[in-house]
Each structure stands twice: as structure tokens, then as C-alpha cells.
Design a binder for this molecule. Structure first.
Ligand SMILES: N[C@@H](CCC(=O)N[C@@H](CS)C(=O)NCC(=O)O)C(=O)O
Length: 261
């Protein structure tokens, strides 16, 4: 059976689980031990030296990165097709996915760093939260425009384009940032969340959020060391939180990406 190293809060992992569900592929979901401290080891790290979820193991095939995993699934199990047929439509969907993975996502991540991990207080916390919120609103307006004349991000039916957006919007909704009612995005959001491959993953997300421990306390106690990487690190600096990065390095609560050994 397919094995997926994942975490229920990871929007990247949610993309893959939604695609696996949409294709009707059974899989075993595993949460890597030691990941939150940057101490993961074993089969997971053997398959992905970056030690990031999602990572898929299919017998002797090891695939990391959510986009590449979706491509692998589509190549190996082409039916039901998740990408649209026309080259221009495929390119459009892939651009939406890239924007969500790299530019939208850090706003969710940064909001969590401040609100759940309490990386900042007072004026700095307010500034960082406002920065994330303003960006999310702007990207949601952009997403709304992408739906002009379309029922789904994928085109005429649910597919890859919708799987690329749904996890991130649901993570934002967890902070109270719902698409504004009325326009296309809000209607799409209700529609996509009722799709069975999506709904199943959202149920797991809901249960995980409801049972979250005090993450800031675990961070302070040295039990969590967070990965600050590329777009996320840039978010923290551009949003005005360079002191958060500096303090995290000094206190050992921030780490950078793992290199190949
Ligand atoms: N580009 C990767 C990004 C994956 C990623 O950043 N995953 C995070 C969780 S959301 C992770 O595993 N970080 C490593 C860690 O926290 O130790 C993808 O699309 O799969």
C-alpha cells in the first residue's frame, strides 16, 4: 500500500491526501517522529533528505514535494484525470498552484507563528498579524478573479486547480479569514468543501485543530524547533519580524532547511 508521511496541519500534505482520495487510492498516513524538533530519522528521511511532509513511498519509489507527488499520481494513475486537458488550462492551473504554495501559504504560516507560537506580543504581533491578513485578503481577491466565468479553478469540473487552493483557504478560515460572502470565491469555498475527497481531509484538520496543545509553551520548553525556510523566512522579515528570527536563532527555537548529507 502507498505510504504517505504527512501532518494533518500541513496544507501541502492536504493537497496530496485530497488527490489520493479523488483518485480512490488507499494509503497509510504516517506522522514522522521527531519532525517538530528537526530530529526526524529513518525511512522518512531516507526518502526525503529535506525531512519535509508530504513524502510518498510507493514500493521502491520515493517522492517528495506536494506538486511532484501530484504529478507522479497523475502519471501513474491517470484516471480519473485531475488536470484539465488543454495545454493553456493546464498551465493556468499550475500557476495557481505555484502562487498558493509559495506566496499565499507563508501568510497562514506567519499568522500561526504569531498567534499559536506567540513569537511576538504587543505592537509587533499586531503588525505581523495585520500584514498576513492584508496579504490573504489581496490574494483572495486575486483568486476570486481567477474564477470569472468558471465554476471550478480546474475549469468545468473539480480537479487539480481546486485541490491546489482548498487546503490553504481552509487554513486561513481557521484564523477567521473566510472568503467574503457574495463573490465567486465564497460560493466556490462552500462547494469545494462539500466534495468528498476534500471533506474527508477537512474533518481530520478540524479534529487536529480542536486538540492542539499549547504550542508556545512547547516551543519555550525546547520541545519544538521550527523550520524557517525560503518564502516563510522572507515573510517574517518582510512583515517586520527580523527580531523574531534573530531571537529564535539565539534561543534555538528556529532552524533552517536540512541539507543533503
Ligand atoms: N515544497 C514542499 C514544502 C513542504 C513543507 O514545507 N512542509 C512542511 C510542513 S507544512 C515541513 O515538513 N517542514 C519541515 C519541518 O517542519 O520540520 C511541498 O510542496 O511539499
Amino acid at each position: 500500500m502507498l505510504r504517505l508521511y504527512e501532518h494533518p496541519l500541513s496544507a501541502y500534505a492536504m493537497k496530496v491526501k485530497m488527490a489520493l482520495n479523488a483518485k480512490g487510492l488507499p494509503f497509510e498516513a504516517l506522522i514522522p517522529d521527531g519532525m517538530s524538533q528537526g530530529k526526524a530519522a529513518g525511512e522518512f528521511v531516507d526518502a526525503n533528505f529535506r525531512a519535509e511532509v508530504p513524502t510518498l513511498i510507493d514500493d521502491d519509489v520515493q517522492v517528495f514535494d506536494s506538486t511532484i507527488i501530484l504529478e507522479y499520481l497523475e502519471d501513474k494513475w491517470p484516471e480519473p484525470r485531475l488536470l484539465p486537458d488543454a495545454p493553456a488550462e493546464r498551465a493556468r492551473v499550475r500557476m495557481i498552484e505555484d502562487v498558493m504554495d509559495t506566496q499565499y501559504e507563508p501568510n497562514n504560516w506567519g499568522t500561526m507563528e504569531v498567534t499559536r507560537f506567540r513569537r511576538a506580543t504587543g505592537r509587533l504581533a499586531d503588525r505581523l498579524v495585520a500584514y498576513g491578513r492584508a496579504n490573504i485578503e489581496r490574494y483572495q481577491q486575486w483568486l476570486d478573479r481567477q474564477l470569472e466565468g468558471r465554476r471550478w479553478f480546474n475549469g468545468t469540473s473539480f480537479g487539480w486547480g481546486d485541490i491546489a487552493v482548498a487546503p490553504y483557504l481552509n487554513r486561513s478560515a481557521g484564523y477567521g479569514y473566510f472568503p467574503q460572502p457574495g463573490p465567486r470565491l465564497a460560493e466556490w469555498f462552500d462547494r469545494v468543501n462539500r466534495e468528498p475527497p476534500v471533506a474527508k481531509v477537512l474533518e481530520q484538520l478540524k479534529q487536529t485543530i480542536a486538540a492542539l496543545p499549547d504550542l508556545a509553551a512547547l516551543l519555550q520548553a525546547g520541545q519544538i524547533k521550527r523550520q524557517y525556510r525560503d518564502h516563510r523566512l522572507e515573510w517574517m522579515i518582510a512583515g517586520g519580524g527580523i527580531s523574531v528570527v534573530q531571537e529564535g536563532i539565539e534561543k534555538g527555537t528556529v532552524r533552517f532547511s536540512r541539507d543533503v548529507s
